[in-house]
Write a protein that binds this ligand. Structure first.
Ligand code: HAM
Length: 420
């Protein structure tokens, strides 16, 4: 017997309706905010990711699904979507016809992480990117859009955290200050963080080791060192968020795990998922498009982790449309008629099921009950001969005979008036 690959998972009927609900909500809201869907490949040339995400990040160092194709070219299953969207944006010159290109995509990502609650090797993101402007209005706009989407999903207990990482220049001088601070404490840091002092000192803020956390809580924070332009930019973003009524907390330790970020960064955190508490995350990446070989065009975006968002949807929310009609045929002629009627109702948009295999009425009623249907239509050969069928309301348990010629009209008008 086969089972799914470790860290990969099936999403079964019942659960899928929640995914459809979330995806439909995202599509509607993002389109209202002017974003259009883009579909990008699941695999890219490996170098696209190493160049954009940064060599000294967990994703590049140890989490990529990379393998040679039949000609020996290294390809990678996408660990995230921003690099691929950037590549598509440059390749198709989307900047030529769009002052600001607003794009979103929905789909699976792959990271070879240690699976645990909320952390998978194949997981799904709703990814949003806006390319083309440095205007801080758009930082607030997309954070407000994310906030609105989360409110619409009825999920409580989320906190928006924001920070600014500064531009390339102020970040470089901050990096040196942080490096110096960490070097003085290096004997107390874990082996990984000692290595990070040289490779990527900002990553020490994400270390789970208690001693490292105590040390980094005393470390200089990037916000204290950003240049006046970046500081003003961050003030604008905060003011815009306040004007839009979006509440946030500044987290000076929020550095993000990918190297392409500049200026605004943010995460939405829940207290209900244990260690994997980031439901959505993103930020600005003003140098990325140029780094990938495109023009010097700024961008920003975020991704929502669906495996983390969906378990937070309130349990009492009902997703699938209930079954409206169950047609129970007794006898062969009745079965043919049931098939024709079910087809008519389904074409009319009425959710209908048939009792298959000519089982007894009792067993068909048991099945109809299990499917939680609103009405059952019983068609026996005898009823057919008399031109009438039995129409039963499953809630009130009342039943009546209806002329078969009038049944379509009858169901239509009940549905229209939502009558019992
Ligand atoms: P990220 O922080 O790596 O950012 O991932 C974004 C979200 O994806 C996380 O907050 C989390 O909800 C979800 N996620 C990440 N890894 C896993 C996993 N192994 N299992 C389940 N969920 C996971 C990015 O990917 C950036 N590309 C986001 C972005 C878009 N920044 C700008 N534009």
């Amino acid at each position: 017997m086969f089972s799914a690959i470790k860290g990969f998972h099936d999403i079964l009927p019942g659960e899928v309706q929640k995914w459809q609900f979330i995806e439909a909500k995202a599509r509607k809201i993002f389109e209202d905010f002017g974003f259009s869907e883009i579909k990008i490949p699941i695999a890219e040339k490996t170098e696209l990711f190493t160049r954009s995400i940064g060599e000294a990040t967990d994703i590049i160092e140890k989490e990529m699904y990379t393998f040679p194709d039949r000609k020996g070219e290294l390809i990678t299953l996408r660990p995230e979507a921003t690099a691929s969207i950037g590549r598509a944006y440059i390749e198709h010159r989307l900047y030529e016809n769009n002052r600001v290109a607003k794009l979103y995509c929905i789909g699976p990502m792959f990271r070879y992480e240690r699976p645990q609650k909320g952390r998978y090797r194949q997981f799904h993101q709703i990814n949003v990117e806006a390319l083309g402007t440095v205007d801080p209005i758009i930082d607030a706009e997309i954070i407000a859009m994310l906030n609105h989407f989360l409110i619409e999903t009825n999920i409580n207990g989320l906190e928006l955290q924001i920070n600014s990482l500064g531009c390339k220049d102020c970040r470089a001088s901050y990096r040196e200050k942080l490096k110096k601070f960490l070097e003085d404490k290096s004997s107390d840091l874990c082996i990984d963080c000692r290595r990070r002092i040289c490779t990527n000192p900002l990553r020490t803020f994400d270390c789970k080791n208690k001693v490292c956390q105590e040390i980094t809580s005393l470390a200089p924070k990037v916000l204290e060192y950003i240049c006046p332009n970046c500081a003003e930019n961050f003030e604008d973003v905060k003011r815009n968020l306040e004007q839009l009524g979006v509440s946030y907390r500044i987290n000076p330790k929020l550095v993000r795990g990918l190297d392409y970020y500049t200026r605004t960064t943010f995460e939405v955190i829940t207290d209900k998922l244990g260690a994997q508490n980031a439901v959505a995350a993103g930020g600005r990446y003003d140098g990325l498009i140029q780094e990938l070989g495109g023009p010097d065009i700024p961008g920003l975006g975020f991704a929502i982790g669906l495996e983390r968002l969906i378990p937070l949807i309130p349990k009492d929310k009902c997703f699938s449309a209930p079954l409206y009609l169950f047609i129970a045929p007794i006898g062969n002629a009745a079965k043919d008629r049931a098939l024709q009627l079910a087809n008519r109702f389904r074409i009319m948009g009425i959710k209908t099921e048939i009792g298959y295999e000519g089982k007894s009425l009792k067993s068909q009623m048991r099945w109809a009950n299990k499917l939680n249907t609103k009405f059952v239509m019983i068609i026996g050969d005898e009823e057919l001969a008399s031109g009438r069928i039995i129409f039963r309301d499953m809630e009130s348990q009342k039943q009546e005979e209806v002329e078969i010629e009038k049944i379509i009209e009858e169901v239509k008008s009940r549905k229209r008036n939502n009558l019992k």
